[in-house]
Design a protein around this ligand. Structure first.
Ligand code: ATP
Ligand code: MG
Length: 374
């Protein structure tokens, strides 16, 4: 464990040196002694002490209590007062700064040690509580985003299943085989939709727990991209986007090593986003280029609704959806998975977007990803 640093603020030199030698004896480090509040506030962020021992009466214009209040507000470093002033008024002022202890001079070494140790233990406990409260807040936000997504995205397929199955129950005896099949297909695709959603949730869960597997293998990038484009065109068959695949010369001979499953997540989501968030008949460009240091750059460009600047910062967070999606359905999980998949490849993802103009996602990946780079 690194040595605990205690900053001493005391204007009486002899007392200060005496305290310092006691502190050193107990194994603490004393990186500096200051005799004024001004100097303390100027230097404290460089020193980053674990604790400040603060005299109340100091040289300069601000006393120890004002200095301690600033230290608490700005730096969140625990302060223990060290003083011969014990009148009620001073004590009241000092209390308001929520000190971690109060030692009255003269004191013996054991008092000093006990007070410092209790203050350090309390500070540590408070930091832990603060951290867990922050974590809890994050979890709560995630939970409420999750609940609102699930209620949105599950409701439609559930309603479809309910509706079609009721119709089948009541009318199937009068229906043609063809009509029955339509409703059975609707039920099946609604279930498929929910299964996909659950798979995405699971993938994100695994990604967040750092449990997603990364398995780079030799891959024929050219044919792989063609296959994905075809898949997207089949899945979104009712859409009439024009997809332009633009690649460098001899790209069909490109030898790469990447994780095919993760790559599929990346391109499927980015291309389906481009389709989803741009008008029918819009152009979508899928552009590939080689770059320096054996990197390959993939760009997916659309001329759709764009992403508000405020939302761009949060795009890769789970369940985050931009404010301008209107009634276009989605879970806000796709890009969180994409980001993790890019990270695992040791790559980089960036977005450029303007509302009403369009969006470009740019991804750079090493041509030959290695296992265990992280
Ligand atoms: P899904 O989990 O089904 O992919 P989604 O598309 O809403 O749902 P993401 O792919 O993570 O989720 O995208 C997050 C958000 O980023 C979207 O909801 C949308 O607001 C915004 N977004 C992503 N791509 C685009 C794009 N090409 N144009 C406009 N907005 C986009
Ligand atoms: Mg998406």
């Amino acid at each position: 464990m690194s040595t605990i640093k205690i900053l001493l603020v005391e204007d009486e030199r002899i007392i200060a040196l005496d305290i310092k030698s006691s502190l050193l004896k107990f194994g603490y480090a004393v990186p500096a002694i200051f005799s004024s509040g001004e100097k303390t506030l100027e230097k404290i962020s460089d020193i980053q002490p674990d604790l400040v021992l603060m005299d109340i009466m100091l040289k300069g214009n601000i006393d120890g209590i004002t200095t301690a209040a600033k230290i608490r507000d700005v730096y969140n470093i625990p302060v223990v007062y060290l003083t011969s002033h014990t009148d009620e008024e001073t004590l009241e002022r000092a209390k308001k700064t929520e000190p971690f202890g109060y030692i009255v001079k003269p004191f013996d070494e054991k008092d000093l040690y006990t007070t410092v140790e209790i203050a350090l233990a309390r500070a540590k406990a408070e930091t832990e509580i603060r951290k867990s409260l922050e974590k809890e807040k994050e979890m709560n936000e995630l939970k409420s985003r999750f609940v609102s997504m699930v209620s949105h995205e599950f409701r439609t397929p559930m309603a479809t299943i309910l509706f079609s199955s009721k119709l089948l129950e009541n009318y199937s005896h009068k229906w043609t085989e063809e009509k029955k099949r339509i409703h059975l297909n609707r039920i099946q695709s609604a279930i498929q939709q929910m299964t996909n959603l659950l798979e995405d949730i699971l993938t994100v869960g695994q990604a967040e727990a750092g449990k997603i597997s990364f398995n780079p293998q030799p891959i024929d990038l050219y044919n792989f991209c063609l296959e994905i484009i075809e898949d997207i065109q089949i899945t979104w068959a009712d859409n009439k986007h024009q997809m332009n695949f633009i690649f460098p010369e001899n790209f069909n001979e490109c030898k790469a090593q990447m994780d095919e499953k993760l790559l599929r997540h990346i391109f499927t989501n980015l291309l389906s986003n481009a389709v989803k968030y741009s008008p029918e008949h819009g152009q979508i460009n899928f552009i590939i280029n080689y770059a320096e240091n054996n990197q390959v750059i993939f760009q997916i460009q659309d001329y759709g609704i764009g992403i508000p600047a405020e939302d761009q910062k949060h795009l890769f967070e789970t369940f985050h959806r931009a404010t301008n999606v209107g009634n276009i359905s989605g879970t806000g999980l796709g890009l969180a998975i994409v980001k993790r998949a890019v990270d695992l490849h040791g790559g980089h993802i960036a977005v450029e977007s303007e509302m009403g103009v369009g969006t470009i996602f740019t991804i750079s990946l090493p041509l030959h990803s290695q296992l265990n780079i992280f």
